[in-house]
Design a protein around this ligand. Structure first.
Ligand code: SDX
Length: 394
């Protein structure tokens, strides 16, 4: 019994830690950030409200929100030398390769916030990471486009600043469109934390050695990149585009047969989840956001959205998916929304990392604040050779 939740002993044996940040009920399809249902937060808060909540455990009042906004805003600039560090990459480097490098490199620039035993250092490094991720992701994008970096502007919202840094150029400023800003802010909220997923567990394990926060978060970025985890949104959109290019809706039945054929190696990307054995609540909210954005942009007939809806309709009736409790997850619709607002596919996972940074930091802080915490060191079952001697004649 922990607070309002009871766990069966079998589950307790598999739990890697205790946490008070995010609760998932995979059977009910329920997701709570600090006790608040994700759908209520997505509809009545912005990403800065939710970031404050995940970090501090309570929603901010007006004064706390204004102070947090101002702190984050005034740390959004990155050290000018990082522009030169970035120039060491090839222009066609994947944004996640660049982001992994840039986030790790922050520990070489912000020595005054790397001592994890100093609460002040931990506070400042958290703000710096949350504040600088949009700037770093936008820099990685601009670099890939061969365009100059756009500096953050202090009179814009967190999400508005990111959109402007992505799409403005020195020749022409970018007026932040509120449909795009609201859609991205919603995407950030839905990706902010998700209890002990692979990348969060990586941040906890890496951070448990006492390494600095920038190195621990860089490890999380690297893990998130995988197509089975944060890379699934990019893989899902690729899957939809390939299907659309090869017959579209008319070929959905044939494609689904391939997905069900074990030997094909084809998975329905954006479907299935380690924990949700019901509809991922974030996928429902993402589908709603998709409809809102496409209609606001006059793209109601977007073929990829129609294709995704048809794949979902078939999967929810097909015994293969029903028996295995495979439902859409957060990645199934997020790529369609991002593509509609002009985000390049290659940047989807970097945007997931931008949003998840606040969750990684909150979980890292929670781990370090546990007086019982020790360096993570999983044990193994050894299945190798029994002890033996090296042959004398070697
Ligand atoms: C994220 O952990 C988190 O919280 C992650 C995340 C977060 O917010 O941090 O929610 C973000 O990572 C979402 C997941 C994104 N990944 C994808 O969409 C990739 C496609 N999905 C899968 O590869 C898979 O569903 C996983 C990895 C997500 C979950 O795998 P599980 O729960 O370990 O399921 P499994 O691999 O054991 O599969 C169970 C069965 C198998 O069939 P059988 O061997 O029983 O015959 O279901 C099948 C699988 O082959 N299956 C799928 C499938 N996912 C599972 N078959 C077709 N398409 C799929 N997507």
């Amino acid at each position: 019994q922990t607070g309002m939740f009871t766990y069966d002993p079998g589950f307790l044996a598999t739990a890697s830690c205790e946490s008070a940040i995010t609760y998932i009920d995979g059977d009910k399809g329920q997701l709570l950030y600090r006790g608040y249902p994700i759908d209520q937060l997505a509809k009545s808060c912005d990403f800065m409200d939710v970031s404050y909540l995940i970090l501090n455990g309570e929603l901010p009042n007006a004064a706390q929100k204004s102070e947090f906004d101002s702190l984050v805003t005034h740390h959004s600039l990155v050290h000018e030398q990082l522009h030169f560090f970035l120039r060491g990459f090839r222009r066609d480097a994947h944004p996640m390769a660049v982001l992994t490098g840039l986030v790790g490199a922050l520990s070489a620039f912000y020595h005054d916030s790397t001592d994890i035993t100093n609460p002040r250092h931990r506070e400042i490094s958290a703000i710096r990471l949350i504040a600088k991720m949009p700037t770093l992701v936008a820099m990685a994008y601009k670099y890939s486009q061969g365009q100059p970096f756009i500096y953050p502007q202090n009179d814009l919202s967190y999400t508005g600043n990111f959109v402007r840094m992505m799409f403005a150029t020195p020749c022409e400023d970018y007026k932040v469109n509120d449909v795009v800003e609201r859609a991205l802010d919603r995407i950030f909220i839905l990706h902010a934390d998700h209890e002990q997923n692979a990348s969060t567990s990586t941040v906890r394990l890496c951070g448990s050695s006492g390494t600095n926060p920038f190195a621990a978060i860089a490890a999380g970025v690297a893990c998130l990149w995988g197509p089975a985890h944060g890379g699934a949104n990019e893989a899902c959109l690729q899957m939809l585009e390939d299907l659309q290019a090869n017959g579209g809706i008319a070929k959905v039945g044939e494609f689904m047969e391939k997905v069900k054929d074990k030997n094909s190696g084809v998975r329905l990307m954006g479907f299935g989840h380690r924990v949700y054995k019901n509809y991922d609540p974030r996928a429902k909210l993402m589908q709603e956001t998709c409809k809102e954005v496409l209609s606001a942009l006059g793209l109601e007939n977007d073929p990829l959205f129609k294709l995704a809806m048809e794949l979902e309709r078939i999967a929810l009736e097909d015994p293969y998916f029903v028996e295995r409790k495979l439902y859409p997850n957060v990645d199934f619709y997020s790529g369609i929304v991002q593509r509609a607002i002009g985000i390049p596919t290659s940047l989807f996972t970097a945007i997931f990392a931008l949003a998840r940074t606040v969750g990684w930091i909150a979980q890292w802080n929670e781990m370090l604040s546990d007086p019982e915490y020790k360096i993570g060191r999983p044990r193994q079952l050894y299945t190798g050779a029994v002890v033996r001697d090296v042959p004398a004649q070697r």
